[in-house]
Design a protein around this ligand. Structure first.
Ligand SMILES: C[S@@+](CC[C@H](N)C(=O)[O-])C[C@H]1O[C@@H](n2cnc3c(N)ncnc32)[C@H](O)[C@@H]1O
Length: 296
């Protein structure tokens, strides 16, 4: 089977699994599995923090004129906050019921629109313009590496010159940050660290820290080659669990709920061959990597 077949198969799997989640009563939990996900006020507060984080360092003037493309928009959770700062919002999502719900929730917002995607690219309807800002929040953390690469490249193609791409990945803990435990499902699954450290580590600051040498049992330092054994030590492939945040239906998480664990080098490699400048790769402990890049 070719690599194209594999990635197509994975995209199909993601569509089916996310559609099941989107149709379930637990839909909003899977969109934003933070504590208070079922409380309207805390849901909105979380969205405010997430948008503040993902737009860190972008000037109000840049944002005010920005058309935004969101890869994996879910139910449109971030739309009100983003539209308070930007010109328009275009969201795509692999799950048709997520798209339907986003359209329903944002029906009164003429500056927002939503499209179903194939899990790998940007659908034709969203290709009528280039975007100053392309974002992906809490999406690629659920995707295999080749799916993530396809989405990043597809989003990049839609960037206007000088436009900014920002996305979040699951980050393999570096040696000096390795917790004595595997990161909890809540830490790994939701946009949690966006919330936890918005001021301490921003996408505007590249991490140059050279981690100290670790012991043989720790996962490798960022950027080092990773073998399967290393990954398995950090990979909480068990599904999101009710011990972290009460999931109405944890069975929907499935065995492959979380995606590929990236080293910082692998995160950089996603941009290989693209005319990217001002590339920032920020590891937010314990288990997220944020990437920001500007189209040359
Ligand atoms: C955890 S939710 C986050 C939604 C939204 N970004 C937010 O922060 O509210 C992940 C979303 O990504 C979508 N998704 C997952 N893989 C995708 C892919 N390969 N292409 C497009 N959407 C995808 C899912 O259907 C789901 O709606």
């Amino acid at each position: 089977m070719s690599r194209d077949d594999d990635v197509g198969h994975e995209a199909e799997r993601l569509k089916n699994e996310w559609e099941d989640r989107a149709r379930s009563e637990a839909r909003d939990f899977f969109v934003a599995s933070h504590e208070g996900w079922d409380d309207e006020r805390r849901w909105a507060a979380q969205a405010t923090q997430d948008v503040a984080f993902i737009t860190t360092g972008l000037s109000p003037g840049f944002l005010a004129e920005a058309d935004v493309l969101a890869l994996g928009c879910g139910v449109g959770r971030l739309v009100p906050e983003l539209l308070a700062r930007t010109r328009s919002y275009t969201g795509l999502d692999v799950a048709p019921s997520m798209v339907a719900e986003a359209r329903r929730r944002l029906a009164g917002e003429p500056r927002a629109r939503f499209f179903e995607s194939d899990g790998l690219g940007v659908p034709a309807g969203a290709c009528d313009r280039h975007y100053a800002l392309v974002i992906s929040v809490a999406v690629l953390i659920h995707c295999p590496r080749d799916v993530a690469r396809a989405l990043v490249h597809a989003g990049w193609e839609r960037l206007a010159p000088g436009g900014v791409l920002r996305f979040q990945l699951l980050g393999l803990p570096a040696d000096d940050e390795q917790p004595s435990r595997v990161p909890s499902d809540r830490e790994a699954s939701g946009p949690g660290p966006i919330v936890a450290t918005p001021t301490a580590t921003t996408p505007a600051t590249e991490s140059h820290a050279d981690p100290p040498a670790g012991d043989a049992t720790a996962p490798p330092r960022s950027g080092a080659p990773v073998d399967d054994a290393d990954r398995s030590r950090a990979d909480p492939s068990r599904p999101v669990g009710p011990d972290d945040v009460a999931a109405p239906d944890p069975s929907l998480a499935g065995e492959r709920y979380m995606g590929h664990w990236f080293t910082e080098q692998e995160a950089r490699d996603l941009l290989a061959g693209l005319d990217a400048r001002d590339v920032l790769v920020v590891h937010v402990p314990p288990c997220h990597i944020y990437v920001s890049a500007t189209r040359g």
